[in-house]
Design a protein around this ligand. Structure first.
Ligand SMILES: Nc1ncnc2c1ncn2[C@@H]1O[C@H](COP(=O)(O)OP(=O)(O)OP(=O)(O)O)[C@@H](O)[C@H]1O
Length: 214
């Protein structure tokens, strides 16, 4: 069974963004989506990750048709199986980084791992208020928060946008190890061709179509 399976999805806002997009994510697989600014990458990620309903087509997550899922099942899926890392990372700003992780710990009933904080090099600043952290530190706290949930599917929109090249590669390695060890999968949106090509498959959104380039 695929972790994610999208068939012929189409979406428009005031104009058609794309049509007949199909894509499958298998276990232990990573997929990157690239394309110029405004081509619809983030919108496609929202459609694949249950945040938005496509105008037409089908999205299945772990074999379940997202459009016909009951609200309770959908929130279970979001809480326990999906990990979303977005550019605006939605950390609770009045809290410390650690308190943000505790929210995940409570919701997903998974422990915060010191090794993860060390790996992301945030163990020294994790008790500071989110507003006192740099953009890159905040981004790494949001990655730690998502991985603490132990999701089966990671959806990441420019997760390394605020990081230097070396740190960005370290974070990518962490994601790849995670999906290998936890039989998970990842769909990544990025402007960075080098990072995209580290993934198993690369797709490009171009002229309203999703084309496989790797
Ligand atoms: N909720 C919305 N309502 C109306 N239009 C929207 C909405 N969300 C996105 N759009 C439009 O859809 C188009 C694609 O946006 P999207 O953010 O998906 O592109 P993107 O490829 O991720 O861009 P970028 O690389 O700049 O982040 C843009 O023209 C945007 O203005």
């Amino acid at each position: 069974m695929n972790l994610v399976s999208a068939k012929n999805i189409s979406h428009s806002f005031d104009y058609e963004l794309f049509s007949n997009v199909s894509l499958d994510l298998a276990t232990k697989e990573s997929i990157a989506i690239i394309g110029i600014s405004g081509s619809g990458k983030s919108t496609l990620l929202h459609l694949l990750s249950t945040l938005l309903k496509p105008n037409s087509g089908e999205v299945k997550i772990l074999g379940e048709d997202v459009l016909s899922l009951k609200p309770k099942k959908l929130s279970y899926l979001r809480r326990h199986e999906l990990g979303l890392v977005f550019q605006s990372h939605y950390l609770f700003k009045g809290f410390s980084g650690y308190e943000n992780l505790e929210v995940s710990e409570i919701l997903a009933q998974e422990p915060i791992e010191d090794a993860l904080l060390k790996r992301l090099e945030i163990e020294h600043c994790i008790h500071q208020k989110v507003t006192e952290l740099s953009g890159g530190q905040q981004q790494r706290v949001s990655i730690a928060r998502v991985l603490t949930k132990k999701p089966t599917i990671i959806f990441a929109d420019e997760p390394t946008g605020n990081l230097d090249t070396v740190t960005a590669h370290e974070v990518m390695d962490l994601f790849f190890e995670y999906i290998e060890q936890h039989e998970a999968g990842m769909i990544l949106v990025t402007h960075d061709d080098t990072l995209a090509h580290l993934c198993d498959k690369v797709y490009k959104l171009e002229d309203k179509e999703l084309v496989r380039v790797k």
